[in-house]
Design a protein around this ligand. Structure first.
Ligand code: DSN
Length: 403
């Protein structure tokens, strides 16, 4: 590179990533092919619009690219193209979620979403996010005792509050989600003034999309109306996002399918030119995720998270909800008198990267919460297995107990 300053930083970051043990649940290491696509000449192209309907000339290659990526996305999740559509243009998860609400929920209406401090995401209607300013969040959490979703409580809440959309899929919930129960909850919402029933069910599978692809976590597609996902977490692609929509469903005004409304919300509603280089890299990642080795990988991700949780428990650490069914776990460090901030800083000094995280019913603030979140997607890509997780748990325990 001619720019030595940036080149040096790239090299330093590469060395840092190699040196540390990365337990950030939402990070991963992409393949060289994904990087190659991301750094390709597709970055030079403006392609506002959709295949066959662009605002600029010279899009014949880009059109083919987007169509291939769409087909791969549907195939990976075993979706019939006559029943599901996918938009591959969202720049990342937050704009993808915003696009869904913008398309499907009139401004000012209610969105039922998990509270941020219980494991939800900012874009599930939190007040500091634009999603909480334009729409009203009906917040829900987990049961205080089990630290798991209480579907009966959710049903009561949904029937009482009548949200137009219910969002499930979280950033810090270590357990399997029962999508069938969520479908029933959404269907039980009645809007007498509209003479209709049934809230839209949106699943944000950003965290576990790779596990769904690898058949290591239940698929939400049988029950959801809309599914959003980022592509850079367990799915192991570049930073981007996808929105899947069920073609059977119409918007509230019944004027068009939700897929059409979502396409319009992404462009021109929220975005300009799509990042075609990122879309190309998503295509590469989707192909990789369709290989048998990816199934093995995603199963190992879950096995590793379980082994890590189990070993930490044996060493006396309280793991939220008692364990994990996914790629992540939450450790209540405050139960041993240490805030999540202090714990994460201590671990970072020892070369183990985690993030501080609130735990359910946290009495502390998100900037200095009671726990840490650990995830295994990145270390599993590096080839770690259960025995390495046990060794890692010992190391974590030693570091946290040191003065
Ligand atoms: N920031 C991501 C996470 O770490 O979970 C969610 O977008």
């Amino acid at each position: 590179m001619i720019d030595k300053a940036v080149e040096k930083l790239i090299k330093r970051e590469e060395a840092r990533q190699k040196r540390v043990i990365n337990l950030i649940a939402s990070e991963n290491f992409v393949s060289d092919d994904v990087l190659r696509a991301l750094g390709s000449v597709f970055t030079n192209k403006y392609a506002e619009g959709y295949p066959g309907a662009r605002y600029y000339g010279g899009n014949e290659v880009v059109d083919e690219l987007e169509n291939i990526v769409k087909a791969r996305a549907l195939k990976l999740f075993a979706l019939n193209p006559l029943r599901w559509a996918v938009n591959v243009q969202p720049l990342s998860g937050s704009p993808a979620n915003l696009a869904v609400y913008h398309a499907l929920v009139p401004v000012g209406e209610k969105i039922m979403g998990m509270r941020l401090d219980m494991g939800g995401h900012l874009t599930h209607g939190h007040k500091v996010s634009v999603t909480g300013k334009l729409w009203t969040q009906v917040p829900y959490g987990v049961d205080r005792k089990t630290e798991r979703l209480d579907y009966n409580a959710l049903l009561k809440l949904a029937k009482r509050e009548k949200p137009k959309l219910i969002v499930t899929g979280y950033t810090a919930y270590p357990r399997t989600i029962d999508f069938k129960k969520f479908r029933k909850i959404a269907d039980a919402v009645v809007y007498p003034e509209l003479h209709r029933r049934g809230a839209i069910l949106m699943v944000d599978m950003s965290h576990f999309a790779g596990l769904v692809a690898g058949r290591a976590y239940p698929s939400p597609f049988k029950y959801a109306d809309v599914v959003t996902t980022t592509t850079h977490k367990t799915l192991r692609g570049p930073r981007a996002a996808l929105i899947f929509s069920n073609l059977k469903l119409k918007t509230y005004d019944k004027k068009r399918s939700i897929a059409e409304a979502i396409d319009k919300a992404v462009f021109p509603g929220l975005q300009g030119g799509p990042h075609e280089n990122a879309i190309a890299a998503v295509g590469v990642a989707l192909r990789e995720a369709a290989q048998p080795s990816f199934r093995k990988y995603s199963r190992q991700v879950v096995k590793n998270a379980r082994a890590l949780a189990e070993e930490l428990r044996k060493l006396g650490w309280r793991v939220v909800s008692g364990g994990t069914d996914t790629h992540l776990l939450l450790v209540d460090t405050m139960s041993r008198g240490m805030s999540g901030k202090v714990a994460s800083e201590k671990l970072e000094r020892a070369g183990i990267i985690v993030n501080k995280n609130t735990i359910p019913y946290d009495a502390r603030k998100p900037t200095d919460p009671s726990g840490i979140r650990l995830g295994t997607p990145a270390v599993t890509t590096r080839g770690m297995k259960e025995k390495d997780m046990r060794a890692l748990a010992y190391r974590i325990n030693k570091v946290l107990k040191s003065v």
